[in-house]
Design a protein. Structure first.
Length: 230
């Protein structure tokens, strides 16, 4: 259950601003990071493919996002698994367990640190800036994504300011040419690592709100308010 919650937070962080950026003649990481939020305010929607590795577990699928806070993840592996946030309710369908997890999320006021609703809104970036320090991993100059890769990226490292945050640190790799997020690595306080890779972005397609309405199978077992259950 905790893995699912942290997975959603991780994906929502992407949806709330690490999507695209334009940074020219910027020498500090914090200033570069600020342009992400500024550009995000102009982004209407996007879709992209993703691969996620959590320790030895690997999954893949497609992410759909529409501003300001609609998010959906449709999995190919495991097939039929879905995570969907429609602005009011977070729904997770786990086909292997025949379970539907649902959580009503308040969108009014300033949300508590680490709350899913806070990360899944346009205010998410300001929360990250407030509760994480931002730095270049090695500098503003682009470097290979991996040792044997010819893909050049700029790497950022975010470190939490207090023990209350969901992730101890988050590393973001931005493609130098496309200015799109290519990889996100998040480490929990217990040392568990989430590694997202993102491919084939399609921006501003005019996605309908209907894309973010999900009706889970009626045969599945329902579990409400799962984020706050013991």
């Amino acid at each position: 259950m905790k893995k699912i919650t942290k997975l959603f937070i991780c994906a929502a962080v992407l949806a709330t601003g690490f999507t695209n950026l334009f940074a020219q003649n910027i020498t500090t990481a914090s200033a570069y990071f600020k342009t992400i939020s500024e550009y995000y305010a102009t982004l209407k929607d996007y879709e992209c493919d993703f691969e996620l590795k959590i320790e030895k577990d690997e999954t893949s699928g497609k992410i759909s996002f529409k501003a300001p806070d609609l998010l959906r993840m449709d999995y190919e592996n495991p097939q039929e698994q879905v995570i969907c946030f429609n602005g009011d309710t977070l729904t997770i369908y786990l086909p292997g367990a025949q379970a539907v997890l649902q959580q009503a999320v308040s969108s009014s006021g300033e949300n508590a640190k680490g709350d899913v609703s806070g990360i899944a809104t346009p205010q998410g970036l300001s929360l990250l800036s407030r509760y994480y320090t931002v730095a270049y991993k090695t500098g503003q100059k682009a470097e290979p994504l991996d040792e044997d890769s010819d893909e050049m990226v700029v790497k950022f490292v975010l470190n939490r300011k207090s023990a209350a945050e969901s992730f101890r640190s988050i590393e973001i790799s931005i493609n130098e040419k496309t200015k799109l997020i290519r990889r996100m690595e998040a480490v929990t306080p217990k040392g568990e690592t989430f590694v997202f890779n993102f491919y084939d972005y399609k921006l501003n397609q005019g996605l309908s709100d209907q894309r973010f309405i999900y009706d889970p199978p009626s045969s599945a077992n329902d579990f409400n308010n799962f984020l706050f259950s013991e």
